[in-house]
Design a protein around this ligand. Structure first.
Ligand code: GTP
Ligand code: SPV
Ligand code: MN
Length: 618
């Protein structure tokens, strides 16, 4: 199968000139072909490749990237079917400052999103995309979020000049002719355009990771379009993920009565074999993949993986909220993933993995900080330079990632592509202070209040100073495609649409002692918190009320076999009324950002919190 069709004589239609479109017919095909032609006329690729999603095509694409120097093939004996990509040093993470929500009205993007007037943004983008694919192949990538033809699945097409993006999308979504057939039959789909912005002029040598210093990740929610320019990395380039499945989908969900959330999804099975479904919203690089693959340290419990990053939730006919993971793969943070922290992930990564910005070992395998306790004596670091343990810098980039098929996780549920009824929603973040290990919400509105108040220390998943505390409501600050206050309102509305709501909890695995240590062992021991929550659902675990919500009664958290000193436990659950009153002031300031759009229910929740804190002080 030829990946690269040579540019034949430019005949009548650009499509006829560039490459073969699939032999799929139907009323929806004309719009797709017209759009592909329009974007090709703008970006002027040398070739067009309609991706069919076959295994042979995927292999050929990978082989071509090895030949071009974009990928390094890893040692087949150590890591079969696996590859390493090293990005440009200026293209290593999502760029929130370059991400725009271009709704017709600025107030619909809200104060927490970058906004530009759509016509003005189109005028900015047009010259950037004009000829941006010269010398390259434009790939047409039809994809489905959720299983192909599934009742709550959504379709899209990405046009991209990045073969790395194509290979990634093929792992992260369902790609291929079956999707094109649905589009041909008339199913709705979302248009996404991506260019690394690095045209090749005659005789130019390509670089391993083409990109452009100027970057734009732009969403037009009113026309359901995404345009991304200049970056080849992760969420900037795999447009099905954050751009579509969160930002655009959140808008569709607002209008249609469902939710697109930055959440992992798991099935927890208790020692009696009873199953519960838990979704958890934690900000980027705050432990979603880890919890999604949790291996409980307490006997009798089991966790099955359903998703690790995105969850779509909608009310079912029985009044419960049903959830699916729309993705087909994991784009997971490598550093900190090891035998002692996430052994399931380590097992998942046995082969067929696309690694980005991790270190290369001398025997052609990969390594990153935290994979093993001891670093190898010599590595090639993520920049391609020699590295030894005394180098004084990390060998893998802190936001280095693995891309791997979800089906490959040993913990994946047999029915992971089906919707499941939600029992529990968790909100969490990285908080060194104030937030206890676990707090129960008084009810749905209080739960929404807790979600709206997630704050977290910045990680390497996006630009900004790592460690700085920032607000990240519902872990959706970078991913909400519309006004955040309206989004809070949508959460409240969902509570009215469903008759049997999940219970909501706030968790924090990251509280530190005065000496800077984590107070809680985390990882597999987080099962102890899940166990308490499930026993609460069953009416079998006690809680004590505090001003911020019920917390485990002394003795009700299963700590057997765990060596955490009582003093650390006290610190883990300490609630300092003064510090919380200060947080309440910050919440007030934050809500004020949205003016009248902040739902009154949340203001009432804030008043209630303040009153309880003041009462506790008297
Ligand atoms: P995105 O893919 O960016 O949305 O993030 P994610 O939430 O899936 O991140 P992931 O699970 O990969 O978290 C990465 C970091 O969190 C790693 O550095 C882990 O070591 C750390 N981490 C995860 N769980 C725990 C925990 O229970 N305790 C502590 N201390 N660290 C944890
Ligand atoms: C995140 O940053 O939350 C991610 C990685 O999941 S990316 O897809 O690059 O946005
Ligand atoms: Mn994420």
């Amino acid at each position: 199968m030829a990946i690269i069709e040579s540019p034949t004589a430019r005949a009548t239609s650009p499509l006829a000139a560039y490459g073969a479109q699939p032999a799929v017919q139907g009323p929806g095909m004309a719009a797709l072909v017209a759009w592909v032609e329009e974007i090709a006329a703008l970006t002027k690729p040398d070739r067009i490749h309609w991706v069919d999603g076959s295994a042979e095509e995927h292999e050929a694409l990978l082989a071509q990237m090895v030949a071009d120097g974009t990928l390094i093939k890893l040692n087949d004996a150590k890591r079969p079917g696996s590859y390493l990509a090293r990005s440009d040093e200026a293209d290593v993470a999502r760029l929130e400052s370059r991400t725009f929500i271009c709704s017709d009205k600025q107030e619909d993007a809200g104060p927490t999103n970058n906004w530009a007037e759509p016509a003005e943004m189109r005028a900015t983008l047009r010259p950037l995309f004009d000829g941006s694919m010269r010398g390259r192949t434009m790939f047409v990538v039809p994809f489905s979020m959720g299983k192909v033809g599934g009742p709550i699945s959504q379709l899209g097409v990405q046009l991209t000049d990045s073969p790395y993006a194509v290979a990634s999308i093929e792992i992260m979504t369902r790609v291929g002719v079956e999707v094109t057939k649905l589009i041909a039959q008339g199913a709705p789909w979302v248009r996404t355009v991506h260019s690394v912005g690095s045209p090749l002029h005659h005789g130019d040598d390509d670089v391993a990771w083409p990109s452009n210093d100027e970057k734009y990740i732009v969403h037009f929610p009113d026309t359901l379009e995404v345009w991304s320019f200049g970056s080849g990395y992760g969420g900037n380039a795999i447009l099905a993920k954050k751009c579509y499945a969160l930002r655009i989908a959140s808008v569709i969900g607002r209008d249609q009565g469902w939710m697109a959330e930055h959440m992992l999804l798991i099935r927890v099975i208790d020692p009696q074999g009873r199953a519960y479904h838990v979704a958890a919203a934690f900000p980027s690089a705050c432990g979603k993949t880890n919890l999604a693959m949790l291996r409980p340290t307490i006997p009798g419990w089991k966790v099955e993986t359903l998703g690790d990053d995105i969850t779509w939730i909608r009310p079912g006919e029985d009044g419960r909220l049903y959830a699916i993971n729309p993705e087909a793969g994991f784009f997971g943070v490598a550093p900190g993933t090891g035998e002692s922290t996430n052994v399931t992930a380590v097992e998942t990564l046995w082969g067929n993995v696309l690694f980005t910005n991790v270190a290369l070992t001398d025997d052609g395998d990969v390594w990153w900080e935290g994979l093993t306790d001891e670093a190898p004596a010599h590595l090639i670091d993520w920049r391609g330079e020699d590295w030894t343990p005394d180098a004084g810098r990390p060998a893998a980039h802190p936001n280095s990632r693995f891309t791997v098929s979800a089906a490959q996780a040993p913990s994946i549920a047999d029915d992971w592509e089906e919707a499941v009824p939600l029992d529990v929603i968790l909100f969490g973040g990285r908080r060194a202070t104030n937030v206890p290990l676990v707090v129960e919400a008084f009810g749905w509105e209080h739960g929404v209040f807790l979600g709206s108040n997630i704050s977290s220390e910045r990680t390497a998943a996006a630009e900004g100073r790592v460690g700085e505390l920032r607000r990240d409501p519902f872990a959706m600050m970078p991913f909400c495609g519309y006004n955040m206050a309206d989004y809070f309102g949508h959460w409240l509305e969902m509570g009215r649409l469903a008759s049997q709501l999940p219970k909501v909890y706030q968790v924090n695995w990251f509280r530190r002692g005065a000496d800077g240590r984590f107070l809680w062992p985390g990882f597999g021991d987080n099962s102890r918190v899940i166990d308490w929550i499930v026993r609460r659902l069953q009416g079998e675990a006690d809680a004590v009320e505090t001003p911020i919500g019920p917390v485990p009664a002394p003795g009700s958290l299963n700590l057997s076999g765990l060596d955490v000193p009582q003093q650390d436990l006290d610190e883990l659950f300490e609630i300092d009324a003064d510090a919380w009153l200060e947080e309440a002031d910050l919440t007030d300031e934050f809500y004020a950002l949205f003016g009248e759009r902040t739902p009154v229910e949340l203001r009432e929740q804030l008043d209630g919190l303040r009153a309880r804190l003041k009462a506790a002080k008297d």
